[in-house]
Design a protein around this ligand. Sequence first.
Ligand SMILES: [Fe+2]
Ligand SMILES: [Fe+2]
Length: 212
Amino acid sequence: MRVKLYREHKYVSFALNELERLIAKTDFTDPAALAHIQSEWLHVKEMLQAHASHEEHNFHALLERKGSTIHHNAHNDHEHQEETLKNLDCLLEAIKTSSDPVEGGYQFYLAYRKFVGDNLLHLHEEETKLLPELQRLCTDEELRALEHPTYDIMTTDDLKEMVQVLFPHMNVSDKSAFLTDIKLAQPDKFLELWEQASSFLSSEEVRKFQES
Ligand SMILES: [Fe+2]
Ligand SMILES: [Fe+2]
């Protein structure tokens, strides 16, 4: 099987949908509930910005070097995403001083839900158009090397935190792929990480990874 990218989209989709469900239930007349939404929104927003920046600087840059143009639409999506995030910031901020926070909260919910829908189409394009092109133009080694600078900077604790965030949303095949990438890129950090495998894999998954 070829090396795959974008596996973390399973987490991205989960995080956006969780926030949508939370916004749907929120009483926007309650300042504490509004503050909670603002804090969760900030977390999701920063995650999305870091994700898009990683794709731009690594995946799109590689496609550019290979002479492909397939990423241009996804690049435009990333630019448009920045505008949408700013607009959502404004809608959320406006609720604080609104004379009708219930209506303000509903307008924020509608705009956020639309954004989630647009984002799902963006994830789909990346996995059904950009990924096959990357696999066609690049070797598995080149694709794996895209994550090397990230794993180089991360400590073992960072890697553990990363897999603990991502793995609950993935199947055993995704988890094995992540661990194999880390093992190939950073063998020493992998050994330290593996000692703590019970904190991010079931015993059945540990067995399957050892047999693979
Ligand atoms: Fe993207
Ligand atoms: Fe993405």
